[in-house]
Design a binder for this molecule. Sequence first.
Ligand code: PLP
Length: 392
Amino acid sequence: MKAYLDNSSTTREFDEVRELIYELSGSAYGNPSSLHSLGVEAEKHLKTGRKKIALGFNAEAEEIILTSCGTEADNMAIFGIAESKRRRGKRIISTAIEHPAVLEPLRKLEQQGFEVIKIGVDAECRLDVGALRSAINEDTILISVMAVNNEVGAIMPIKEIGEIKSAYNASNGTEIIFHTDAVQGFGKLRLDTKKECRNTDLISCSAHKIHGPKGVGALYVRKGIKLPSFLAGGGQERGLRSGTENVTGIAGFGLASELCMMNIDGRIERMTVLRNRLREGISSEIGDIRINSPKDGICSVLNISFLGTRGEVILHDLETSGIFVSTGSACSSNSSLKSGSHVLNAMKLSKKEIEGAIRFSLSEFTTEEEIDYTVSKVKEAVGRFRKLGSFR
Ligand code: PLP
């Protein structure tokens, strides 16, 4: 049996997406900027893909800037606002638990003289919203808070932060921009730019986290927000990001987004049931654990520390049984080798808890049988490791 439980790292494409990409690679290979019929055909698929991605945010197609990945969308938002507003102020407010795609641009901006304030979280990964509110001042140009944490699945209070930002702007005449990295939230959480994200100005997302292809992302840019050009050239993407568009990838992203949105409530419910089954199964079968994911976290993520073990060793043991998990974020696994996960550190977990952490991440395709199989194999692996450890 095989159980792929590393869906926060990346997902398997929907069959429909794979088929569409394959078909368009053979038929819609024209350059969407070309004037002839093959170009027009490619442009048609580009437009449809963009429209479908926009629908996922209940936004207009013109508000979607297509990028090569979520990282690029985050970079475009953060460097773009820093560049366009550097004369207005130097303060950027973010959190200690962001993905490196946000933390690294912030580190670079700090080196250029920007003041970066990182708001902390508690042991349940709840953001200190009071501290965020107090950090806002007239020098603030940007607030960047992720929608869902990729390591533990905690959902951040995006609606509330947006309201705080807008209220501050209204009473102080400032133009603070609110960006959210929704790479782990898009497709699994409602991110309606007319409802819960009404006060969010920029939103990043990525196709490969929602059963779309790798190499495509998008940045939602609310009408009226100005960003400098990120890549200069032929002027594609409203001049923000020149370069011939990834037509097949964008069409695949659009279809994946449409399929995810089609029955979002049913999908969330089904994944929640499976995630709870995994949590309850592990809790009742294995002692000495710490559940690091909040109960009200995203439906797809369960992070657990198995005390007295090393997550990495358990990961490789599970792999021999066909189970694929992660010790944290695949994208940050290199930098986190030294001190352990920055997210679990921010939650003030002990060294032992950090060492023994495993992230299980579910998807659309996860089944009850896979969950039960995983519980039994994790029990065996942890038991084996603890037995060996006690002989040392
Ligand atoms: N932001 C978050 C929260 C993520 O989890 C990831 C990827 O894991 C990214 C950004 C980067 O997305 P991409 O892999 O598309 O560059």
